[in-house]
Design a protein around this ligand. Structure first.
Ligand SMILES: *[C@@H]1O[C@H](CO)[C@@H](O)[C@H](O)[C@H]1NC(C)=O
Ligand SMILES: *[C@@H]1O[C@H](CO)[C@@H](O)[C@H](O)[C@H]1NC(C)=O
Ligand SMILES: *[C@@H]1O[C@H](CO)[C@@H](O)[C@H](O)[C@H]1NC(C)=O
Ligand SMILES: *[C@@H]1O[C@H](CO)[C@@H](O)[C@H](O)[C@H]1NC(C)=O
Ligand SMILES: *[C@@H]1O[C@H](CO)[C@@H](O)[C@H](O)[C@H]1NC(C)=O
Length: 383
């Protein structure tokens, strides 16, 4: 745990060093680059020593401060799995009984938790260090400034969509703990800073049954368009089966998001603006392949095509982006956890194209979905 936390803390301190003014007068020790992460370690000792039931750590209010400064990614693996949802009673300690914890309340709680640790120890008159902490816990220190705590809190504020107020309601916060690291679950925004947001990689929402299959499809798409042209990078994606299948498994995002990612990775060049509407239409050859010679693609065709494309997958084995050599990986998958994943995204495509009754989609409608579903609103579910 200490190792992974250290990695996380280094990033935070490096960013802070660029932006923060001088240290808070409250600091127990002279300002140094590790102080912010050691303040979080102080919070950890408060969480650890005050936790009577490790299978319900969020019942300990100090652990609320800890999950914010460590993030759930580093916090959760250190405690028994399947923790119950954050108890309202612990939240009320921070919020003073209201549903929402304000940013100021959180800062006060963070500093207050460290203050209570400092006050529970005595000071060595020679070194000025605090001593007598239980279980050999580290000497408690405040962060370098309140801005550090604000930065940690703002990450949660952004994910929960509360940039306007910086206050977070109980259910939003409990959801953040539970879902922030689940693949395919996206927060409201990547950051409350619009400049940071503009450059953040898009989060692509996915159904839980995806099991990483769509990301594998996108990686095969990138390799296959790269290999499909001698004038790299490629200029069109609807001529490659893997890319067409990737477009479908982006049904909870948009085809435009996929195209932007491929452009950013230098696999695709589209000119500006980067939009699916400007892409050459679905190639007849790819359609015929998916439809197996019929005039429409059925749900079963799509299931077979999706699973088939994840069998004996391909990867790049060298060369610059857009001019890579394609190699077999020698493996298959990851496959979706079950075929309902394909059925669900085909449901979205069927609804958008207006073929809910049969889910058999002809060429023109399928080609329209690929080009226009990013920009033209239509039903996204049949039921
Ligand atoms: C730990 O628990 C005690 C008793 O409930 C409480 O008085 C104290 O404030 C808590 N300390 C911290 C750091 O949360
Ligand atoms: C800690 O002790 C200081 C100095 O005695 C006092 O001002 C402060 O209120 C105390 N903090 C807490 C949380 O007890
Ligand atoms: C204070 O710290 C010094 C240096 O670590 C140590 O030698 C000394 O025993 C400490 N004093 C007390 C009272 O703990
Ligand atoms: C005591 O404080 C000094 C700096 O004042 C620090 O270098 C040293 O590591 C501290 N000792 C302990 C045991 O925390
Ligand atoms: C999900 O993916 C993992 C590998 O990432 C694989 O081991 C597992 O078999 C997949 N699940 C199914 C149902 O195929």
């Amino acid at each position: 745990m200490l190792f992974s936390f250290a990695l996380c803390a280094v990033t935070a301190s490096a960013a802070l060093a660029l932006t923060l003014p001088s240290a808070s007068p409250n600091t127990l020790v002279a300002r140094d680059p590790g102080q912010d992460s050691r303040s979080c370690l102080s919070i950890r000792s408060a969480c650890d020593t005050n936790t009577t039931d490790p299978t319900n750590v969020f019942a300990t209010p100090a652990c609320i401060a800890l999950v914010v400064c460590e993030t759930p990614k580093y916090f959760i693996p250190d405690f028994p799995p399947n923790q119950p949802r954050l108890p309202r009673s612990a939240w009320n300690v921070v919020s003073g009984g209201s549903d929402v914890v304000t940013q100021q309340q959180f800062i006060d709680f963070y500093y207050g938790t460290i203050a209570s640790l400092i006050n529970s120890t005595s000071t060595n008159s020679t070194t000025g260090n605090s001593t007598n902490l239980p279980n050999g816990n580290p000497v408690p220190v405040y962060p370098t400034s309140a801005q550090t705590v604000i930065n940690w809190w703002q990450a949660v504020v952004a994910w929960t969509g509360n940039c306007a107020t910086s206050g977070i309601a109980y259910n939003n916060f409990a959801d953040w703990i539970q879902y922030v690291d689940k693949p395919g679950v996206c927060g409201a925004v990547a950051s409350c800073d619009p400049n940071v947001n503009a450059n953040a990689p898009p989060c692509v929402p996915q159904r839980a049954t995806d099991n990483g299959s769509c990301a594998e499809m996108v990686s095969q798409c990138a390799v296959s368009i790269g290999a499909s042209t001698t004038t790299a990078p490629a200029t069109s994606i609807f001529t490659q089966k893997y890319c067409v299948l990737s477009s479908f498994c982006y049904s909870q995002s948009t085809v435009d998001v996929l195209i932007k990612q491929l452009v950013k990775m230098d696999y695709l060049y589209t000119g500006q603006p980067v939009l699916s509407a400007n892409q050459p239409r679905l190639s007849q050859a790819v359609f015929n392949d998916l439809a197996r010679g019929k005039s429409y693609v059925s749900q079963q065709d799509m299931i077979d095509a999706y699973y088939g494309a994840l069998t004996n997958t391909i990867k790049s084995c060298g060369g610059p982006p857009g001019a890579e050599t394609v190699c077999p990986t020698g493996t298959s998958g990851p496959f979706p956890t079950d075929a309902s994943y394909v059925i669900d995204f085909w449901n979205t495509v069927s609804a958008w194209t207006g073929f809910c009754s049969t889910r058999n989609i002809p060429y023109q409608n399928l080609a329209d979905y690929l080009q226009y579903s990013s920009t033209v609103k239509a039903p996204t579910s049949c039921s």
